[in-house]
Design a protein around this ligand. Structure first.
Ligand code: AMP
Length: 508
């Protein structure tokens, strides 16, 4: 039995001093590492008083705030399993998560308290507390008089620290179980790879219910003894105004396209920044190039997922190559296998990306068969298709389920998207497979044009004809103002497939 709390003891060891700032707010105000210890101590005492035992889940659906961050620390200190939920989930969706995870406590926004209590009673969730965006609610009221001292509950490396439900664009959402060491090993690796130190100030504008904003951004900062500026949400103007006091930004690709749309993005505005990280969705090579041109800074793109934390990263020193996600991180094995035979493929061959390492999760909550089917000789099957090039850089060409099979040929959407995106007047595109009476699936492109661009379907088709094999050419090209995206900036191809599902089969 472990004598220490694996994750928390590492955070304690890295702490710069109780008076050092941990979080500052764009509008003013700050909290120190000492505040984090005291506040999480009080809340951990409250969790225990509410009956939360080691291994119990603490489900949390609240707005981003300092106190919400402290709840994460409190849950882990109490030996519980932190389970954050996207604030966009409806009550009906929350019902599924609560019935699946059976938490000992559900922390919700004050606005839904009555419905949450009724739901909890129905599902047998023993305790409901509330927390508002301003830090008020039943949780903080109840914790007020409690002691800030709390003896961290011992937890070993393989004990669970968190469960994150995967965004699951298809099928039932699955709870990815992450151990203390999954979280700690990945954050330490990234801290060192990206050179985070006590001198760093991160602009934190991501949500904290997702692995990117919570386990990557927050854990790195805690383990570096650094500081973050906590923005409730991303705003390009605000982000630019914070850059002179910051050193780094972690964002999804949309952050960078919005920054590029802002006239304030200049070399001077970004001069104090040493690192721009992008991930969670593909960064267009064009965005990478445009950002470099405007600011002189090369965005560092990395690749990861809920189940694994981060797997690859472009180098800190060295060539950050647009359109690639860099190299496997130290301690992580990555290989590409044939989706048909499972054989390991060679350089430049496209197949299924599989990973193995201390970052790989413990399995899906209460789904042992599903978990077993996602592993292949000890490697986790990511579901992403990609390749490793001759220089060792990993390229992602799309999700396995996004692969289009048309007339028996495989078409990797990314290859077609890259060609379309390179055309003048195109902002971006998404290529999907849509049921087709003759071909099984028809390659279909959904294109966003720049303001004022007049490109037609026929012109795009003509341009692609010279570049792509005939079977890869879109059979139809649809124009839209924007691509549908989820909160993490991912294009929701399932929505596009649904929208255009009848275009080849519908007989008028
Ligand atoms: P999530 O579990 O929500 O973090 O989603 C993980 C998925 O996001 C991965 O399996 C990839 O499909 C995608 N993803 C994350 N980072 C990148 C990236 N840099 N480039 C392309 N796809 C990415």
């Amino acid at each position: 039995m472990s004598q220490t709390n694996h994750l928390i003891s590492a955070i304690r060891a890295a702490m710069p001093g109780l008076d050092a700032p941990l979080v500052t707010h764009p509008g003013g105000g700050m909290e120190t590492y000492g505040d984090a210890l005291a506040a999480s101590g009080r809340l951990a005492n409250l969790l225990v008083a509410r009956g939360v035992k080691p291994g119990d889940r603490v489900a949390v659906q609240v707005d981003k705030s300092w106190t919400a961050l402290v709840v994460y620390l409190a849950a882990v200190r109490a030996g519980a399993v932190y389970l954050p939920l996207n604030t966009a989930y409806t009550l009906a969706e929350v019902e599924y998560f609560l019935s699946d995870a059976e938490p000992a406590l559900f922390l919700c926004r004050p606005e839904i308290e009555a419905e949450a209590r009724a739901l909890a009673t129905r599902l047998g969730v023993a305790c409901v507390e509330t927390l508002g965006a301003d830090g008020t609610g039943s949780l903080t009221r109840a914790a007020q008089g409690l002691s800030p001292d709390f003896a961290d509950v011992p937890r070993g490396p393989s004990d669970l620290g968190g469960i994150l439900y995967t965004s699951g664009t298809t099928g039932r959402a699955k709870g990815a179980m992450l151990s203390h060491d999954n979280l700690l090993s990945n954050a330490l690796t990234l801290r060192d790879y990206w050179r985070f130190t006590r001198d760093d100030v991160l602009i934190h504008a991501l949500p904290i219910f997702h692995t990117h904003g919570l386990f990557v951004a927050t854990n790195i900062i805690l383990l570096a003894g650094a500081r973050m500026i906590f923005c409730p949400k991303f705003d390009a103007g605000e982000c630019l105004s914070l850059m002179p006091q910051a050193t780094s930004l972690m964002g999804v690709p949309t952050f960078y396209t919005r920054l590029l749309d802002h006239p304030g993005l200049t070399p001077e505005a970004t001069a104090h920044m040493r690192l721009f990280v992008s991930g969670s969705a593909p960064l267009l090579a064009e965005t990478h190039r445009a950002f470099k041109e405007r600011t002189g800074q090369a965005i560092l793109e990395r690749y990861g997922m809920t189940e694994t934390g981060m797997n690859t990263s472009n180098p800190y020193d060295g060539d950050r190559r647009a359109g690639t996600v860099g190299f496997p991180l130290p301690g992580i094995d990555l290989r590409v296998t044939s989706p048909e035979t499972g054989a390991v493929l060679g350089t430049d061959e496209i197949g299924m990306i599989e990973v193995k390492g201390p970052n790989v999760f413990q399995g899906y909550w209460r789904m042992p068969e599903k978990t077993a089917s996602e592993f292949h000789d000890g490697f986790f099957i990511t579901g992403d298709l990609g390749k490793v090039d001759g220089d060792g850089y990993v390229h992602i060409v799309g999700r396995g389920k996004d692969l289009v099979i048309t007339g028996g040929f495989n078409v990797y959407p990314k290859e077609v998207e890259n060609e379309i995106d390179a055309l003048p007047g195109v902002v971006e595109s998404a290529v999907i497979g849509v049921p087709h009476t003759d071909f099984g699936e028809g390659v279909t492109a959904v294109v966003v044009l720049a303001k004022g661009a007049t490109l037609t379907e026929a012109q795009i088709h003509a341009a692609l004809e010279a570049r792509l094999a005939k079977f890869k050419l879109p059979k139809k090209i649809e124009f839209v103002a924007d691509l549908p995206r989820n909160t993490m900036g991912k294009v929701q191809k399932n929505i596009l497939r649904e929208t255009y599902k009848d275009i080849y089969t519908h007989v008028a």
